[in-house]
Design a protein. Sequence first.
Length: 632
Amino acid sequence: MPGYASAAQRPVRQALATTIADRLVVEGRRENAARSYWAARLGRTPARPPEWGAFLVAGMFVAYLDSVVPVTEPKAAALLGATVPRSLPAVLELELGVRPDRERLRATLAALAHAKGEGMPADVVGLVAAGFSATAHGDDVDALVNAGRFYLRTTVERDGTTLYRLLHQSLADHLRRSPTGVRAHAATVDTSAVPASATVVFDRLLAAVRGGAWGRWSSAPPYLLRHAIHHATEVGRVDELLTDVEFLLHADRATLLSELHRASSDDARTSAEVYRRAAHLWSSRHTYDVESRRWTLALEAARMGKPELGQRIATGPAPGGWRPRWSTAFPFGGPGRVTAATCADSDTGTVVVAAGTTGTVVRLRTLDGTPVGQPLAGHAGHLSAVEAARVDGRNLVFAGGADGHLRLWDADSGHLVDTFPARCGWINAIAAARRGDSVLAITCGDEAVRLWNPLGTPPVPPVVSHRWGRAVAVTEIEQRLHVITVANDHGVRVWDLADGTLRYPPMRAHRDRVYSVACTTLNGDPIAVTGGDDDALRVWDLADGSPIGDPLLGHTTAIAAVACTTVDGRPTVFSGGLDHTIRLWDLPSGTCRETLQMPAAVTALAVAPDGGLVVATESDVMILERSPGGRA
């Protein structure tokens, strides 16, 4: 205290110190003793007074004395010391009463009374303070914070930002109840009630990200991303944030997860569950950017049977990307895995046909995923392959698997048309091909590749002796139909459909088993794309069997499925892996243009007639589509 530092002021200092100590310590003890006495006489538990400490109050009062004219007589000092308040809020009011900037300083401290966590940064303090006083501006927030420094504690954020909060809860409680001035207090104050000032704070923060100071959640400071949910919880408005897609995308994951249970409306509870499921996937990755979060949230919404919410999430401020059209869980009726999927024509329009390890085949509308008829049941155990074709005016579905039998189903009625042993062992893949006026079913199995007339005539020659075939495709090379097969022996083979001869020796650039194949054209020439256990995609020139370019690398585990199409006018291949990703590759450049994180291993891919991507994961079947204004 500069005014009391001289030797002449020593008696004054002693008088002040003695009087302040008597009032804060001795009188405080007397009051506590009296409180305990009367409580005991009345049979009650004595009320516990707020604990702020005599030393802390004395220190604040001494800081206040710096702002008033010092006294020079011991008697006057004793009188001044006797005015020392008995509480921190009273000391604060004493100092505010003599400051010319009292209104702005009070608003600043009131803003800090609502700080969450380690404290509030200055830019947020200024924004909130303006809600309590029209004279409080962000421009002078640093000066006001410095003026109130004796009532504050500070910490430093990871990025170097200083955070402020009041040093004692009693100050925060007082200013939250009286942010703009002292009120007459009732004998008992309910400190558990939510003060109106908390609503002012939340409204100010929300307005700042919805067109105000920050304009969007992506620009909001870390404090708001971490603690907006706590401010919402305090005023009972959690649902407003949980139904705000952009907030979900940018909010701090750890703090938001802890508050999801407070959702009350149906929409908010749905959003909370979507977020909870998506966050489980995020926790398995070290980094997850905003667009990856957007995709995962959209996908989980669709998997929960809320495709409209999924599409709303996926269609963000920037156009483009992919979104789920729908997703449905496969009806296993027990443990199982989806193994195959394709598209088929039917009387009700195009349907997705999917099969699983429980021997069930389902038909789903490509438009919305609703089931068409009952599941096609009757297969004995694991199914590995499905295909569809129109034969003699009938829409047929072919299915096969572990029992080695090829079953033909009517895609419209769901009736079984025929069943017969395919004579190729376990059927791993089926393709359909038109040869002349006939449609042939090609079965690729553990023991051979065979051709069949779907209406039940004996096998059609040729029979290809080829073991451990895993996938099959059909394409035209130099105006002749050829069958492309891939196998466990690392080989890719190209057979002439007419006579079963190999066009050239097996292509063996893969270093492990090959599981998938699809065909398309590149610059007018037929090509095949293959993938397997070596985590690599290979592109082949089918005219001479030579590899095109380097392998396409990116997957971290086996590639189980590939599908070729055109995206934005460019030849494109989708690859699905056991690493829970789908990758979109631009074939002319050989670059990966997009990666979609999936909730489980991808087991099958197909392209719907309308351009949608049919995806089977371990437990779900879904269609993905380009968002409006899509870009790749």
